[in-house]
Design a protein around this ligand. Structure first.
Ligand SMILES: Nc1ncnc2c1ncn2[C@@H]1O[C@H](COP(=O)(O)OP(=O)(O)OP(=O)(O)O)[C@@H](O)[C@H]1O
Ligand SMILES: O=P(O)(O)OC[C@H]1O[C@H](OP(=O)(O)OP(=O)(O)O)[C@H](O)[C@@H]1O
Ligand SMILES: [Mg+2]
Length: 416
């Protein structure tokens, strides 16, 4: 891997309009695209990138899409040969992402936490780039990354529904949270318990709109508009949004919730119909990379198969038990009569031979089944009821199916 051949990444910066922190719908933003290096960057065509400034009255989404498509359709996509995988550099997603890869025998070799490039020795020609989640999405759009792992919320907020981004695995099993609107429990909101009631409050007028604080400047306005809010303004901040109502800066907030503790501690409540989306970590890819490069598809398939096999296994135990019986069929029928013992594809029943009258004869049968972890005790009880003994429980690491369902779905999405 030659790092000297790597392009300097291109930063897409979102510059709040002078109106901020109060953004009125339709939001007005300006965006600047500039190379991160001081020098101008040579393009494969021999041209140079230059700063692009967009500042017009288009909606935020239209503006962002326009800038992003000029980046994507333009010339930032290099003819590099490496495959680039973006992983969260810090925050909630970082450690769990590395753990998942490790559990799938794809450990990331990362010598120094301040170094942003690493490798997965099992996957040749793959570079891991550690980036902030929102930058992973932006760099997938600009073609500077091919694959990535981010939260679905970040994917939706910064991906803007762009068709060049594909979700390859939508449930990696960590980073669970939801994006939700929350209002104070007190004052004029005391008896407001649904989004409908909030929208119908007579207090909101064009002179005095509902003020929402959010870091989700794309999803927030879209959600409120889709839900019939006419008089609403948005302000933004990088964190601690829950303070905004008590500070008198906002009436409501739209932010991520997982345990709900931050809302509770700040005297805020969620309301019926107020969930914008449910989120967890997702594996994403750039459509063009998958379509144009067989090697990207190959690596994607391997990562996806390992993820699927591991995530399918992680909630299951292997259960082995001995049962007396007259034949494998009779033992199987007894096992299948129990709701918690049907396993993934029915039980494996093997004769256990012992010596009887000088001959080897099946005396009892060993059964092997997979049971969901949360049904373990129930399964053991059912096994005992049908004559099972010597029950052994062991963890399950992978379940590889004949075909990987999400890979089949991906090929369909790619029309390949
Ligand atoms: N309670 C939670 N609050 C925020 N994010 C959560 C929560 N639970 C899970 N997540 C997930 O973690 C991600 C946030 O991670 P992190 O805080 O590192 O990123 P960020 O806030 O987008 O980055 P930055 O701090 O650089 O702005 C979210 O996008 C979401 O997918
Ligand atoms: O439901 P909970 O489990 O309480 O989690 C929700 C809180 O966590 C996040 O904030 P974070 O901790 O990232 O701090 P920040 O707001 O300063 O970014 C999020 O923005 C909420 O404030
Ligand atoms: Mg954060």
């Amino acid at each position: 891997m030659s790092l000297s051949r790597l392009q300097q990444p291109c930063y897409l910066q979102q510059c709040p309009s002078p109106l901020l922190p109060s953004i009125h719908l339709p939001c007005s933003f300006s965006f600047r695209v500039s190379p991160c290096s001081q020098r101008q960057r040579r393009l494969p065509s021999g041209g140079h990138t230059s700063s692009v400034a967009v500042c017009c009255s288009l909606s935020q989404q239209q503006q962002q899409s326009q800038v992003l498509s000029s980046v994507t359709n333009g010339s930032t996509v290099s003819d590099r040969k490496e495959i680039r995988f973006g992983l969260p550099s810090k925050g909630r997603m970082a450690a769990d992402t590395l753990d998942l890869l490790k559990d799938c025998q794809l450990s990331v070799k990362h010598v120094n936490p301040r170094q942003y490039v690493a490798e997965i020795p099992q996957l040749t020609n793959l570079e891991v780039w550690f980036q902030r989640p929102k930058d992973i999405v932006r760099k997938l759009l600009s073609g500077d990354l091919d694959l990535g792992i981010v939260g679905f919320d970040t994917f939706s907020e910064f991906g803007l529904g762009n068709k060049d981004l594909i979700i390859v695995h939508d449930a990696l099993g960590y980073g669970d949270c939801h994006l939700s609107i929350a209002i104070p429990k007190y004052g004029i909101f005391e008896n407001i318990n649904s989004l409908r009631e909030l929208a119908q409050m007579p207090q909101w007028t064009s002179e005095k709109p509902l003020r929402v604080a959010t870091g989700f400047n794309h999803l927030g306005p879209k959600f409120m508009k889709d839900n019939g809010f006419k008089h609403v303004t948005f302000s933004t901040a990088d964190g601690a949004l829950e303070a905004a109502p008590a500070m008198g800066i906002a009436d409501a907030i739209l932010d991520l919730v997982s345990s709900g503790t931050t809302l509770k501690e700040n005297n805020l409540k969620e309301i019926e119909g107020g969930v914008v989306l449910e989120s967890q970590a997702v594996l994403v890819a750039r459509r063009k990379s998958l379509i144009q490069r067989e090697d990207v598809r190959g690596i994607m398939k391997e990562i996806l198969e390992r993820f699927e096999a591991h995530l399918r296994a992680v909630d299951q135990f292997t259960v082995t038990a001995n049962m007396r019986g007259s034949s494998p069929e009779e033992v199987a029928a007894r096992v299948l009569s129990q709701s918690s013992l049907s396993g993934l594809q029915g039980p494996t029943v093997s004769p256990v031979f012992c010596k009887r009258d000088g001959k080897a004869a099946p005396d009892f049968y060993a059964i092997v089944i997979c049971v969901p972890k949360k049904e373990l005790y129930e399964s053991v009880q059912q096994l005992r009821e049908i004559g099972g003994s010597g029950v052994l429980i062991s963890p399950l690491t992978y379940i590889f199916e004949e075909v990987t369902p999400r890979w089949q779905e991906l090929l369909l999405k790619l029309e390949l």
